[in-house]
Design a protein around this ligand. Structure first.
Ligand SMILES: NC(=O)c1ccc[n+]([C@@H]2O[C@H](COP(=O)([O-])OP(=O)(O)OC[C@H]3O[C@@H](n4cnc5c(N)ncnc54)[C@H](O)[C@@H]3O)[C@@H](O)[C@H]2O)c1
Length: 330
């Protein structure tokens, strides 16, 4: 059994999905759509598939089994609903939607359409993050007591599409885009959900109306405290999560490796090699489709990430600690 896959949006991340489809035994790419037809044409030529300017026309004509939505955040809901209504399973890029109300609409519609929707929270498939999760679950360093996640990198890099700087289209700036990865990482590693947030954001970005950085104190449903600190201004690039346990610590640098200490200086920990994260993401969706169950990275889980991100802004605006709203059944 093979499944035909269509890509909606031919921007920065689309190629990663097409590359992964090429590695998957059960997947066959059929087409790609982008309002910037030139972009769709380029990727279509590279992968030998059809190009469209209008994704709705593409879905109607191609009737793919799976639609991969790689659009700006404000279009996630529209494209997911359109695809689900035509019987397509959906792999939706993170974050699930602009806000938790949109996530609820997507979830209700997708369930009624009897298709599967999985959000691409890639952190779950990154080799060193998986190795860190194994350390936590093995208990070898004792009990996990806190996490500090720091991500600093210039956000207004040349070439970043303009919609990333418009709150109405992106939902927010660095703390929405990279913050959703950080919150996902914290929730997934601790096997719990963010329940409380106190955040102070900074708005000095030269472009658009989104924040340029900020710091947040979070508490999870397991009672574990965590901080997220992100700056999109100039300065040294940092991407690391430190996990402190009762009997040691871990330093996780995504894309670089994992370090461990049981009292002395950090030493590099072995990280077993894993298959391409985007391929493993597809495999999870396929299993959910074939076994007619929610993917591990479910709509409820993905909504919880959006709800926590949303709470960062609410906390900053009100100057108070806020509770992250869950929802009955989620
Ligand atoms: N998982 C990850 O690590 C990761 C990395 C990068 C981006 N992302 C996510 O992927 C998504 C896309 O990000 P990107 O960096 O590729 O953005 P992008 O702006 O490069 O690509 C989006 C594309 O959508 C097209 N588009 C806009 N409106 C359209 C419409 N109505 N119909 C068809 N095409 C339309 C644009 O022309 C553009 O080519 C976002 O949700 C982003 O957060 C995830």
């Amino acid at each position: 059994m093979t499944y035909r896959v269509a890509i909606i949006g031919a921007g920065g991340i689309a190629g990663k999905h097409l590359e992964a489809i090429g590695l998957a035994e059960k997947l066959v790419p059929c087409s790609i759509a982008d309002i910037d037809r030139r972009r769709a044409d380029e990727l279509a030529a590279l992968y030998g598939i059809r190009a469209y300017a209008d994704y709705k026309e593409m879905i109607e004509r191609e009737r793919p089994d799976i639609a991969v939505v790689t659009l700006p955040h404000f279009l996630h809901k529209e494209a997911s609903l359109f695809s689900a209504a035509r019987g397509c399973h959906v792999l939706l890029e993170k974050p699930m939607a602009l806000d938790s109300a949109e996530c609820d609409e997507i979830a209700a519609f997708v369930r009624a359409s009897r298709v599967k929707l999985m959000v691409g929270h890639t952190q779950h498939y990154i080799a060193e993050t998986l190795a860190a999760k194994e350390w936590i679950e093995s208990g070898r360093l004792g009990r996990l007591v806190l996490l500090n996640d720091r991500r600093h990198q210039r956000y207004d890099v040349p070439g970043r599409p303009g919609w990333f700087f418009e709150k109405a289209k992106a939902g927010g700036g660095i703390l929405t885009n990279l913050g959703s990865h950080s919150i996902d990482k914290i929730q997934w590693l601790t096997n719990s959900r963010v329940t409380k947030v106190k955040a102070v954001l900074d708005y000095d970005s030269p472009i658009g109306d989104v924040e340029g950085g900020g710091t947040a104190f979070l508490e999870t449903s397991a009672g574990i405290p965590a901080t997220i600190s992100q700056s999109g201004y100039l300065g040294a690039v940092v991407d690391e999560t430190e996990l402190r346990f009762t009997g040691g610590s871990l330093l996780l640098r995504t894309g670089a490796g994992l370090w461990v200490s049981d009292g002395g200086a950090y030493r590099e920990a072995p990280v077993p090699p894993r298959a391409n994260p985007f391929l493993r993401q597809f495999e999870d969706l396929l299993e959910a489709m074939e076994e007619d169950r929610e993917p591990a990275c479910s709509m409820a889980y993905s909504r919880s990430v959006v709800a926590a991100v949303e709470s960062l802004y609410r906390s900053h605006e009100t100057g108070t600690e806020v509770s992250v709203h869950g929802r009955e059944g989620f």
